[in-house]
Design a protein. Structure first.
Length: 292
């Protein structure tokens, strides 16, 4: 089975433009935000060239695309205006995800700020209980987090606690981010199978729906959440990747990753240049590109 691998692409030119960008990288899937992740401004669906984009995707063997919920959604907040915005905006984003033809919306669980983790977990679950309904044909994929600040999801136990409290938790999946999981302390470099065993015991491998494939600029357990390009070295001005090519290659070719969307979120070199094409090629073929 060939890898289902792609990257974050722009929705600025609609779904058609996003798919065209993905093809330029040699991808067969991709991830988009339905608008800027830092605000609520959204282009109307009828202007997003959805039908044209879906036709182009069929013609170029692209499928199983992923939507990422915006960062401003914080279901763990105790502040009424922030919580109400999270509820209403996530509901809208789920509707847009379905209209775009995606089965996955990736969500950062939230940050408890001035409260505590138990409060935040209960708040997130309560919010999801208000939002999820039986007719939804997608998964809300909680993302594994690095553990910086007061963010929730820094370990599998916190994610499992949310899932246990959600009534319609058949609609809940997990997005496994390699940088975040490494930064939170899991040894995905030397013991990925052991990490998967732990995940299976606590959450269940059936919930693992999407991977974010990123290197890390920090050693394991740093709780920093700073992505690195695949195979970046100390001499690289963008910084060293502490996970390394061999570990990332092992993960993307592991049986658990086959058939699942593998999404690169590695850093851009500047405002106009990224390494997605080279990194996708490298991970498909197992060769380290000289351009990296």
């Amino acid at each position: 089975m060939s890898l289902k691998i792609g990257s974050h692409v722009s929705i600025g030119k609609g779904l058609l433009g996003a798919a065209e960008e993905a093809v330029s990288y040699g991808a067969n899937t991709f991830m988009i935000y339905t608008g800027a992740p830092q605000n609520t401004r959204r282009t109307p669906l009828e202007q997003l060239k959805i039908e044209e984009g879906q036709k182009f995707m069929v013609e170029h063997n692209i499928d199983d695309i992923v939507i990422h919920a915006p960062y401003i959604i914080n279901l763990a907040s105790y502040k009424p205006h922030i919580y109400e915005l999270a509820l209403s905006f996530l509901t809208t984003e789920i509707q847009r995800t379905q209209a775009l033809g995606s089965s996955y919306i990736v969500l950062h669980p939230g940050s408890y700020t001035d409260k505590d983790v138990d409060y935040g977990i209960n708040r997130i679950a309560d919010g999801l209980n208000q939002i999820l309904h039986p007719d939804m044909n997608l998964f809300v994929c909680l993302e594994t987090m690095a553990g910086k600040g007061t963010e929730i999801g820094r370990n599998f136990e916190e994610l499992a606690q949310i899932i246990e409290k959600v009534e319609r938790n058949e609609k809940i999946g997990i997005c496994f981010d390699t940088c975040h999981t490494h930064d939170s302390g899991y040894d995905i470099i030397n013991n990925f199978d052991g990490v998967l065993d732990e995940f299976d015991k606590i959450i269940g491998l059936d919930r693992l729906k999407v991977f974010h494939i990123n290197g890390s600029l920090n050693p394991r357990g740093s709780q920093k959440d700073r992505h690195a390009n695949i195979n970046a070295t100390e001499e690289n001005p963008r910084g060293k990747d502490y996970i390394g090519f061999d570990a990332i290659y092992h993960i993307v070719h592991h049986p658990i990753a086959q058939g699942k969307p593998l999404i690169l979120e590695t850093p851009w070199l500047n405002n106009t240049t990224n390494l997605y094409k080279e990194e996708i090629s490298m991970l498909r073929g197992g060769k380290i590109s000289n351009e990296l």
